[in-house]
Design a protein. Structure first.
Length: 365
């Protein structure tokens, strides 16, 4: 028999999309108000690309129970009785859910509620996990987001070797590093800088950086196609964090690095905060983890960025994670207030596997 899925539209598409795929639906009817028309069209476009028939009805009065009952009855008159019907009442208003529930019971249809991780059958009260996996591109198309760029590869050996050298240099020479970085940020750091304390040289031809102390002992010697950004813009820390996450994942999850979006009009207010950029994105199939890497001091703006990214690009089960060597005690409270996670300290990298496993378990709970 044909599988028909009738779903109530809310602000998010993901809780609607997962069960549609899970139950192998062939026809989908989306019911909502004009307020969520754009959300409906995003869902319709993705479903039709997968070969499903999808019809959208966004002319419903969300607070008039007769309106939703009438539309549901109209759909049943079109599809007939020779089909299996599932109602997803996760989205929409409470009035819409009640109206759809009444019609579903009359037609002996299955009624479900989902949170993107599990699905509750409202007839049997049983809960089953949603095992279907949705890739990053589909998730963002469902949201109507416009991807600009991303990298699906793990950091290469050249980058990791240079990053590990930088990590050792900074841990042993933090005052000197901070001094050089201030000059780099203010654009006063020349390719050759010699003082009583150190000698710094950047060779653009070989793309190498060499730093020596006043005894001519080499403190850092790296050769990399992006040496300056790696050293002074925190790319070394992003590379080491990404490497730890790729090794923890071991091919189980989809991981993107350096993800950027073309901002939509509604996000214009964020343009000054780089909140359309994600350092590392982990997709476990039905949960997104947004990872922010900070090699230096963490600010309130950094925490705000984490919260906004999760709200704009995630779902109710998404989480933001800060990985940093340092975090002021007052900002730890801010992290908790935004329902984010933090992996902090000298052993942050080696703690990633245990911490990420723990975070995934907390989402399932």
């Amino acid at each position: 028999m044909k599988e028909v899925h009738i779903t109530l539209l809310g602000k998010e598409n993901l809780p609607l999309y997962y069960p549609i795929i899970e139950f192998n639906s062939e026809e989908v009817y989306v019911l909502g108000s004009r307020q969520n028309l754009a959300v409906a069209h995003n869902l319709k476009k993705v479903l039709e690309e997968k070969g499903l028939l999808c019809k959208v009805y966004c002319d419903i009065n969300a607070f008039d129970i007769k309106s939703i009952i009438s539309k549901c009855e109209e759909i049943h008159s079109k599809i007939g009785n020779d089909c299996n019907v599932t109602y997803n009442i996760t989205g929409g208003t409470k009035i819409m859910a009640i109206g759809a529930y009444i019609v579903a019971k009359q037609h002996k249809a299955r009624i479900i509620y989902t949170d993107s991780v599990s699905c509750i059958d409202l007839d049997t009260y049983s809960s089953v996990p949603l095992n279907g996996k949705v890739d990053n591109k589909t998730i963002f198309r469902l949201q109507g987001q416009h991807l600009k760029s991303y990298d699906t590869t793990a950091p290469d050996k050249e980058t990791l070797d240079a990053s590990n050298k930088i990590a050792c240099f900074i841990n042993e020479n933090r005052r000197l590093f901070n001094q050089l970085r201030r000059q780099y940020v203010s654009k006063t750091l020349s390719t050759l800088s010699v003082t009583e304390e150190y000698e710094y040289e950047y060779n653009p031809a070989s793309m190498s950086v060499c730093i020596k102390d006043n005894t001519a002992t080499t403190l850092l010697d790296i050769c990399h196609h992006d040496a300056l950004k790696l050293l002074f813009e925190g790319r070394w820390w992003e590379a080491l964090v990404a490497d730890a996450i790729f090794r923890w994942s071991d091919g189980r999850y989809e991981i993107w690095r350096n993800v950027t979006f073309n901002p939509r009009d509604m996000e214009a207010r964020l343009k000054d905060f780089d909140k359309n950029e994600i350092d590392i994105l982990v997709n476990t199939g039905n949960k997104l983890l947004f990872v922010e890497c900070k090699s230096g001091d963490v600010t309130q703006d950094n925490i705000n960025k984490m919260s906004v990214i999760r709200q704009n690009y995630g779902s109710d089960k998404s989480k933001s994670i800060l990985v940093s060597q340092f975090l002021r005690s007052d900002l730890r409270e801010k992290i908790e207030e935004t329902k984010s996670y933090a992996i902090i300290g000298r052993h942050a990298l080696e703690n990633i596997p245990q911490k990420f496993d723990s975070i995934l378990q907390s989402i399932k709970a």
